[in-house]
Design a protein around this ligand. Structure first.
Ligand SMILES: Nc1nc2c(c(=O)[nH]1)N[C@H]1C(S)=C(S)[C@@H](COP(=O)(O)O)O[C@H]1N2
Ligand SMILES: [Mo]
Length: 173
């Protein structure tokens, strides 16, 4: 495991030194039918609105799903967070860049290295223990790293990047 984590760390370093493009998903991005809950802007190849690329809850729910059961600083017990992988959301808009500026409904914002999305199975959770996440419980979208699966992530640096009440992601070169 020690060896593997060194390999992971080495790749993370290499990723951090270059700009990365998510695997471009072919096809157009349809406009949202419902209320947009996530707006992507910046270095993205696909848009569906003047504001950039907007997703409603159904569009987020239609992406491939991934679940992480982990303890976090926000809840006393481990919870199961489910939603698309951050890297799949980036791919869906043809994002390329180095830094993701993730902003929240409460005006918090955090810079997330693009490489985190490739190195770790980071989820943009829209469900907690199988239920939609209310805004008062840090929803509707919550960035969750696999903390229990990769214990090195249990640090203030990654907690700061775990933005809850996510409303927008700006892809910076
Ligand atoms: N939307 C939002 N996400 C956020 C924060 C915040 O204030 N708002 N604080 C960040 C920081 S600095 C940390 S350490 C963790 C834990 O913050 P909390 O204990 O205030 O929830 O959430 C991160 N995500
Ligand atoms: Mo923090």
């Amino acid at each position: 495991m020690q060896f593997m984590s060194r390999i992971v760390a080495a790749f993370a370093l290499i990723f951090s030194l270059s700009s990365w493009q998510a695997d471009a998903d072919s096809g157009a991005l349809p406009p949202p039918q419902g209320t947009p809950i996530l707006t992507m802007t910046g270095a993205i190849a696909k848009t569906n609105a003047d504001a950039g690329a907007q997703f409603d809850a159904a569009m987020i729910a239609a992406l491939p799903r991934h679940a992480i059961t982990t303890g976090t600083p926000w809840y006393d017990e481990p919870r199961t967070f489910e939603g698309p992988l951050l890297r799949d959301v980036l791919a869906a808009v043809g994002a390329s860049g180095k830094t993701l500026t993730v902003a929240a409904l409460n005006d918090y914002a955090s810079d997330v290295p693009f490489s985190d999305a490739l190195t770790y199975d980071v989820v943009i959770a829209d469900r907690i223990d199988g239920q939609p996440i209310p805004i008062r419980d840090r929803g509707p979208l919550f960035i969750i790293y696999p903390f229990d699966q990769v214990p090195a992530l249990k640090s203030e640096q990654y907690y700061q990047r775990s933005v809850w009440q996510v409303k927008s992601i700006k892809v910076q070169p």
